[in-house]
Design a protein around this ligand. Structure first.
Ligand code: AMP
Length: 296
């Protein structure tokens, strides 16, 4: 497995494969790899070669976010990628990505303006700028993103379409722990007590899906019931004395929007997605569930 630090070296390697007519699947990550990342690698293996990147991009973190403490496990990550059959890994430094004098950024698309875009000002500008830089260094035929970061996937899809990036953007299903918690590099920050409460996200999404499948399509009703669950307002009598055991510490959003462009819906009359973001202690967690009526 090749490891490249410079964008030029990565591009030479990938361009050579592409000029031989080979497909290349690209999996960008920030490292601290888990089974969710490895599922993207597995999807990318339908290409002739797989290239991954590991880069904790400072420009997508806000001033009060976890950039400094973001987990960094490079050697273990490289070992996992090697075992997964990856051909090359691009591991740039900050100096290589943002050398002195760097001043160009990409204006993120409209789909970035809601949800995460509201909670994390500047986040998507950082994301689309770094992803375009990564795709220029790794001009792959296909690039794989997790639906765990649903809005990020849609933002990158729109950026890539709007700016005629030649790489096909593919969204991959969220990988979960056995109890339903969406895998995330940030889960390792959680204490045992917080880890138990983090289950509220996937449980709430399961509840909303069940209600939807039972025929409820009014989003205000579904959203209210999501918020009540996440804020512990429907705790049973036995837990009412300790409501913090069954709630997020802060709920940032619980919304149901159009799956394609993330615009608000009053009723689910087209493919939709329910998205949640909130804090447990100092850890920010997100999760989502697509709500689509199966057409048989
Ligand atoms: P990150 O390292 O958190 O930036 O994530 C790198 C890629 O892995 C992104 O496309 C994420 O959406 C994806 N990813 C993260 N967690 C999961 C998961 N649990 N299931 C599927 N994909 C994931």
């Amino acid at each position: 497995m090749e490891v490249f630090n410079s964008p030029e070296a990565a591009r030479v390697f990938v361009s050579a494969l592409r000029s031989q007519g080979r497909t290349v699947g690209f999996v960008p990550t920030m490292g601290a790899l888990h089974a969710g990342h490895l599922s993207l690698v597995e999807s990318a293996r339908s290409c002739d070669a797989v290239v991954a990147s590991i880069y904790v991009n400072p420009t997508q973190f806000g001033p009060n976010e976890d950039l400094a403490k973001y987990p960094r496990t490079l050697n273990a990550d490289l070992e996992q990628l090697r075992s997964a059959g990856v051909s090359a890994v691009f591991v740039p430094t900050n100096e290589q990505m943002y050398p002195d004098g760097f001043s160009t950024t990409v204006e993120p698309p409209r789909v970035s303006e809601t949800l995460e875009g509201t909670c994390r000002p500047g986040h998507f500008r950082g994301v689309v700028t770094v992803v375009l830089k990564l795709l220029n260094a790794v001009p792959a035929s296909h690039a794989y993103f997790g639906k765990k970061d649903y809005q990020q996937w849609r933002v990158i899809e729109a950026m890539s379409h709007d700016l005629n990036v030649g790489t096909k953007i593919i969204g991959c299903e969220t990988v979960r722990e056995a109890d339903g918690l969406a895998m995330s590099s940030r889960n390792r920050y959680l204490t045992v007590e917080q880890r138990a409460r983090a289950l509220l996200l996937s449980e709430t999404l399961q509840h909303v899906e069940t209600a939807f499948r039972g025929g409820e399509i009014q989003t205000d009703i579904l959203q209210n019931s999501m918020r009540r669950m996440l804020l512990g307002e429907n705790v049973s009598a036995t837990t009412a004395n300790a409501p913090n055991l069954h709630r997020l510490d802060t709920l940032q959003y619980a919304q149901i929007v159009s799956a394609h462009d993330l615009t608000p819906l009053s009723s689910i009359d087209r493919p939709a997605v329910a998205l949640i973001a909130g804090m447990i202690g100092t850890t920010r967690l997100i999760d989502n569930r697509e709500l689509t009526l199966d057409v048989n």
